[in-house]
Ligand binder design. Structure first.
Ligand SMILES: [Zn+2]
Ligand SMILES: [Zn+2]
Length: 368
């Protein structure tokens, strides 16, 4: 099976996050048909392993693709259109998996390399807490010295034949913020008998957004105080988002938010509950790996664009926390349109480009 056939099969049968049962079966069968050792991982994912003919087998490179689809009804009129109603590969994960399949196939058929190559077909990227953390919880690389984890994402801002790399901080962490202020509600005119939950929340909101910096975004998008002109409600709630590119700053801001809540409590005599729902951590690219990838890709005739950090989040961040890692963008052409839409249609010409870059980079690191 070639990579395009592989991609179209996935595209026809998309499955939602952590429901990738058919996808998993298909990938296992396709890999085994090529004589590649593989097994299930993270419930609906696949881990493949290829050992080189020389060198120290405990030195490893890990390649990662995600495999889940989105709850979108496809509008594209293509022969391989989604056959699962209301589900679509609208984020290009079918493309990522096809590139990875093509790469592991060439490694399996020519084992003239040093060390061990792993390939993760990872489930559940689109759904918190994400499949990456489930993969890592199983410790699949225990006993290996992981030299690099490499992943990619399709990008319609780039043309086919282009990739985008951002050395260092690349994609933001994404946390959800929820606040509840509770106090004695009551008649708005009898201020000695109530706790001013509304003003207390207003102060919480202002203290939160005052922490905004160019590298850390805090926004509160929803505040609910169901009182009236003359009624102070006993509960006021708020919700917002926090995104940052720096691990230490993320922890520091979490601490500051909780400290602000304590201060508002003592000032207004209310209780302030702060719930921070941790999303994906930042994607931080290894700087050396980034520049090596730029050289390797250029050598392959691929145009490399240096990218600015993005405020979107990716569960690839979990790998970057643990191992030297690189996540780059693969151009699929502006005509592809926006991802997460019903008409997203990446140019399949990108698959061959993605394979060339990933194969050469993996080989370069393994043989170093
Ligand atoms: Zn997506
Ligand atoms: Zn995606």
């Amino acid at each position: 099976m070639n990579s395009i056939e592989f991609r179209r099969e996935l595209h026809r049968h998309p499955e939602l996050s952590f429901e990738e049962h058919r996808t998993q079966r298909f990938i296992l069968d396709a890999l085994r048909a090529e004589g590649i050792e593989c097994r299930e991982i993270a419930s609906t994912g696949v881990l493949a392993k290829i050992e080189g003919d020389r060198g120290n087998l405990s030195r490893a490179v890990v390649l990662r693709a995600d495999i889940d689809a989105l709850p979108i009804e496809e509008q594209n009129d293509v022969e391989y259109r989604s056959e699962n109603r209301g589900v679509m590969h609208a984020c290009g994960h079918d493309m990522h998996a096809a590139v990875l399949f093509g790469v592991v196939k060439t490694f399996a058929h020519n084992r003239d390399f040093e060390g061990t190559l792993f390939a993760i077909f990872q489930p559940g990227e689109e759904l918190n807490p994400g499949g990456a953390i489930k993969v890592l919880e199983e410790n699949p690389f225990e006993g290996y010295d992981v030299a690099a984890v490499i992943g990619e994402h399709t990008d319609s801002r780039l043309e086919v034949g282009e990739i985008g790399i951002c050395p260092g901080m690349f994609m933001a962490s994404n946390d959800e913020l929820r606040y509840w202020v509770r106090g004695r509600g009551g008649h708005a005119a009898r201020r000695t008998e109530i706790d001013d939950s509304v003003t207390a929340m207003a102060e919480m909101v202002i203290r939160t957004t005052a922490m905004n910096t160019p590298s850390c975004v805090l926004s509160i998008g929803r505040v609910i105080a169901e009182g009236a002109t003359n009624v102070i409600p006993p509960v006021v709630s708020a919700e917002g988002t926090m995104r940052t590119f720096d691990r230490e700053e993320r922890v520091r801001i979490h601490t500051l938010l909780r400290a602000a809540a304590r201060e508002v409590e003592s000032k207004y005599g209310v209780t302030v509950e702060v719930d921070i729902n941790h999303g994906y951590p930042c994607v931080v690219n290894d700087v050396m790996l980034s520049y090596e990838a730029m050289i390797v890709a250029t050598d392959e005739g691929v145009t490399v664009k240096e990218l600015q950090p993005m405020t979107a989040a990716e569960d690839f961040g979990y790998y970057t926390e643990r191992y030297p890692s690189l996540f780059y963008r693969l151009g699929v052409g502006k005509a592809a349109g926006g991802s997460h839409t019903a008409t997203f249609l990446p140019d399949e010409g990108a698959i061959a480009v993605g394979e060339r870059v990933m194969r050469r980079l993996a080989l370069h690191i393994l043989n170093k």
